[in-house]
Design a protein around this ligand. Structure first.
Ligand SMILES: [Zn+2]
Ligand SMILES: [Zn+2]
Length: 126
């Protein structure tokens, strides 16, 4: 876990805020809620850092609750799996389907490293 200060621009008023979140190394990600010091708009960021160099901090800023969006995508996927499962009913007694627990994103660092960060899905699915 590294701590680094960086600035992000508020998407509502454009004010630059300085934050110092805990930043885990990829594939771990950490979610923080941040508040603009000027207009008090609240938003969520997900942060992670390059596992090789410690310098390549990446963050995702969203006006929506980002894991909530991811969860909806994952549920569409789960719905699809369930459809497959239902079509097998009557043929197979039990059919275990691995559900996605993490959502992966591929990232590039300025040091040349390419790595994967995993967004944990916060809910039990299915
Ligand atoms: Zn603002
Ligand atoms: Zn790097």
């Amino acid at each position: 876990m590294v701590k680094k200060s960086f600035g992000y621009y508020c998407y509502v008023c454009g004010h630059q805020n300085k934050i110092t979140p805990d930043i885990p190394k990829a594939p771990e990600m950490k979610k923080h809620q941040v508040e603009c010091s000027n207009c008090h708009d609240k938003t969520h960021i997900l942060v992670t850092s390059c596992p090789k160099c410690d310098e390549g901090v990446k963050y995702f800023l969203s006006d929506l609750d980002f894991p909530e969006e991811v969860r909806r995508l994952a549920q569409a996927y789960v719905g699809l799996i369930k459809g497959i499962k239902d079509s097998l009913a009557g043929y197979i007694e039990e059919f275990d389907v691995p559900l996605p627990k993490r959502w992966s994103v591929s990232l590039d660092c300025t040091c040349g490293n390419t790595y994967t960060a995993e967004i944990p899905l916060p809910y039990a699915l299915g």
